[in-house]
Each structure stands twice: as C-alpha cells, then as structure tokens.
Design a protein around this ligand. Structure first.
Ligand code: T46
Length: 133
C-alpha cells in the first residue's frame, strides 16, 4: 500500500514561514471544501469510515496526530506533525485519526462537497465494497 505524503514548499524569511497550496499544482484535485478540527479531547479517536468518491489531503497545521489508513488488505499508520506536510487519502480507504495533541488543528482539503451518502461507516460493508470494486 503506497502512502503519499507531500512536503509542501515552504516560503520562509526572517518574519517566519508561509505555505501556499494551489489546486492541480500542489494539490492533485480541485478543492471544493475545506474543514478543520481542533480542541479534540484527550484519547478521542475520529473517523472510522471510508469514502466511495472523495479525495482528501490531511494537514496537521498545528500540533500533531496519527492517522491509520486501511485499504482492506493492509493498514498503515502515518504521523502528522509538521504544518508543511500533507497526507493524501484516496477513495476506498478506511481512516481513523487519534493521538491528537491538545493543541492539534487538523485541516482537510477535499475534492467534493459534503455528502453523507458517500460515507461507508460499517467496517464489514467497507471490506465488501473494496472487494467488489
Ligand atoms: C474524513 C475525516 C478525515 C459537516 O457538516 N460538513 C463537513 O464537511 C464535515 C466533514 C462534517 N460535517 C458534520 C457532520 C458531523 O455532524 O460535522 C460533524 C462531524 O463530522 P464527522 O463525525 O464525520 O467527523 P470525523 O472527524 O469523524 O471525519 C471527518 C470527515 O467527516 C471525513 O470525511 O475523512 O474527517
């Protein structure tokens, strides 16, 4: 299972750092939605679903967290702890996010608008879906 983690270009000078992200250039899809989570309580695990038709880039722009990716055959854990790193999460990938630091801000760039029907929230259903596709 291939993990795609981007290291975005950092524009630094004596004032500090800046990262700029442009769709189809730094990000491999049109960005239709941005959301972020913060103030995540200690010990919380989020996610526990896959998407049928959604590509995303996860960026922990502050603090750190871990992401478990599972394609139905293999599982990998990726740590996000740098504001210039982005984890690509394709269709048909089960994800769980955990180990959030108290100050973590996890920002997500998404290729589609929010569609509840796109979620697969049952793990057995996910395994069946990836076998069939
Ligand atoms: C994903 C991981 C990484 C909206 O109203 N609009 C939105 O765009 C999103 C993402 C969520 N919501 C609502 C739906 C729920 O009432 O916000 C609430 C929390 O969403 P959810 O429980 O789905 O959050 P996570 O952290 O489990 O999952 C989210 C995304 O939903 C998901 O697509 O890949 O982050």
């Amino acid at each position: 299972m291939q993990i795609i983690k981007y290291a975005f270009q950092q524009h630094g000078d004596d004032r500090g750092m800046l990262v700029a992200l442009e769709e189809f250039d730094d990000i491999p899809f049109e960005i239709k939605r941005v959301y972020y989570m913060y103030d995540t309580k200690e010990g919380v695990h989020r996610g526990f679903h896959a998407h049928k038709n959604l590509e995303q880039i996860l960026i922990c722009i502050y603090g750190s967290c871990d992401v478990l990716l599972d394609n139905g055959k293999q599982k990998k854990i990726v740590s996000l702890e740098k504001p210039y790193e982005g984890l690509y999460v394709p269709n048909n990938m089960w994800r769980e996010m955990y180990n959030f630091s108290q100050d973590a801000v996890l920002m997500v760039l998404a290729s589609e608008h929010y569609v509840e029907a796109d979620y697969i929230r049952d793990y057995d259903e996910f395994l069946k879906f990836v076998k069939e596709t």
